[in-house]
Design a protein around this ligand. Structure first.
Ligand code: ASP
Ligand code: MG
Length: 404
């Protein structure tokens, strides 16, 4: 007998008909003789609707109350699925985060799971019941409801797999698995059979939306293999596993992109220790995420320019912060661009094959795509380009690295 975690995303439980379909999948897996814990997201669109309501009340809606509000979406879907299972003759019960409890820290709207109590649910599933757990939510030691960040039911699934020591963690979604790139911008996107935790972490952080980056990171740290698969077909999906279990035949595994990036250049700062810290400290304190950073020294060696990228939505705020700190940073001028995209090639196969960098740059150049900034790691190369070049760049890179 195996113990499985099956997580169903928002589209998979998006309508009552789909919930009935999910109940059939769960029923079948249960009848195969497995112990089953199901995690559900809110029905598609629900969390966004709730968030919008809070915005209508206040732009600074209190985070503790926001968590109470947002977590209600998963209360609805977990009860509907459990009810559907009972209707099909399967013993089932829903659990909300606080009922288990799933204990988190008190970093509201982006909490981390600390502990999950297992005895009650273990008894229920060993007695033949299917446990349905509301994803995305927990409770603090002080009894306040928390949520795990957008897309956080993926993290719930990984954490449940860990604390319940399950044999598998399956993420059911509306695509056939993790694809080589976004099928909405390239029709040649193909399912990846196996991908390492590290590659998946890059893919999801750099724009692929199948899984929450935090959940991928947790699975990597705990070495919990994940199977991302479709709710709407029986075919195997993508296995996210340890790199050592993959035999790399290609240098690049996938291509990710993110739009809505902006770039700021601070021109003419003094080239001495502490300047970069002076620039990024106030930005970091305001919770603004920085992506790429480039510093170059001027010819005289006395001044430098610092260029970095952020999300477009943070541009105004970041410019204000820099201007407010003009005295401390001491720069000549700032320039900025928006409507930029970051396109990345990702692949552990890159480690062992030289020449990937120039191949990437040459193929972009052949398409007249100008590179504004570059950042690399062992398993990825990202370039910053004009946003309206995204599709062209993804297509040519997909072809260059033999993913078509
Ligand atoms: N319902 C939450 C969200 O939309 C959590 C999730 O779906 O994973 O972000
Ligand atoms: Mg999701």
């Amino acid at each position: 007998m195996k113990r499985l975690v099956l997580k169903f995303g928002g589209t998979s439980v998006g309508t009552t008909d789909r919930i009935k379909k999910v109940a059939n999948i769960v029923k079948n897996r249960h009848q195969e003789g497995n112990e089953i814990i199901v995690i559900v997201s809110a029905m598609a669109g629900t969390t966004n609707d709730l968030k919008e309501k809070s915005n209508l009340i206040s732009k600074n809606f209190e985070s503790k109350e926001l968590d109470v509000l947002l977590s209600s979406g998963e209360q609805v879907s977990s009860s509907l699925l459990s009810g559907a299972l009972i209707d099909k003759g399967v013993k089932s019960r829903s659990w909300l985060g606080w009922q288990i409890p799933i204990v988190t820290d008190n970093n509201h709207t982006a909490s981390q799971i600390i502990q999950i109590k297992t005895d009650e649910i273990l008894k229920f599933i060993s007695d033949g019941g299917v446990a349905v757990i509301a994803g995305f939510q927990g409770i603090t030691k002080n009894g306040r409801i928390t949520t795990l960040g957008r897309g956080g039911s993926d993290l719930s699934a990984v954490a449940i797999a860990k604390f319940f020591e399950t044999d598998s963690c399956e993420i059911y979604t509306d695509v056939e698995g993790v694809l080589t790139t976004d099928p909405n911008i390239h029709e040649k996107a193909k399912k990846i059979e196996k991908i390492s935790y590290e590659e998946m972490l890059e893919m999801s952080s750099l724009g692929a939306k199948v899984m929450q980056p935090g959940a991928v990171q947790a699975s990597m740290i705990e070495d919990i293999p994940i199977h991302v698969r479709s709710t709407f077909s029986d075919k195997p999906g993508t296995k996210i596993i340890s790199e050592s279990e993959i035999d790399y035949k290609k240098t690049v595994t996938g291509i990710a992109y993110s739009k809505n990036n902006a770039k700021i250049s601070i021109v003419g700062v003094v080239d001495k220790p502490g300047v970069a810290a002076d620039v990024f400290e106030p930005i970091g304190k305001n919770n603004i995420n920085i992506d790429m950073v480039i510093q170059n020294t001027s010819l005289d060696g006395k001044t430098a320019n610092i260029t970095f990228t952020i999300k477009q939505e943070d541009l105004k705020k970041t410019l204000n912060i820099i201007e407010e700190n003009k005295q401390i940073i001491n720069y000549k001028k700032i320039t900025h661009n928006d409507k930029l995209a970051m396109v990345s090639i990702i692949g552990a196969g890159m480690i062992a094959s030289p020449g990937v960098t120039h191949k990437m740059f040459r193929s972009l150049a052949n398409e007249q795509i100008n590179i504004l900034a570059i950042s690399t790691s062992e398993i990825k190369i990202s370039v910053l380009i004009l946003e309206d070049m995204t599709k062209k760049a993804v297509k040519i890179l997909h072809k260059t690295f033999e993913l078509n």
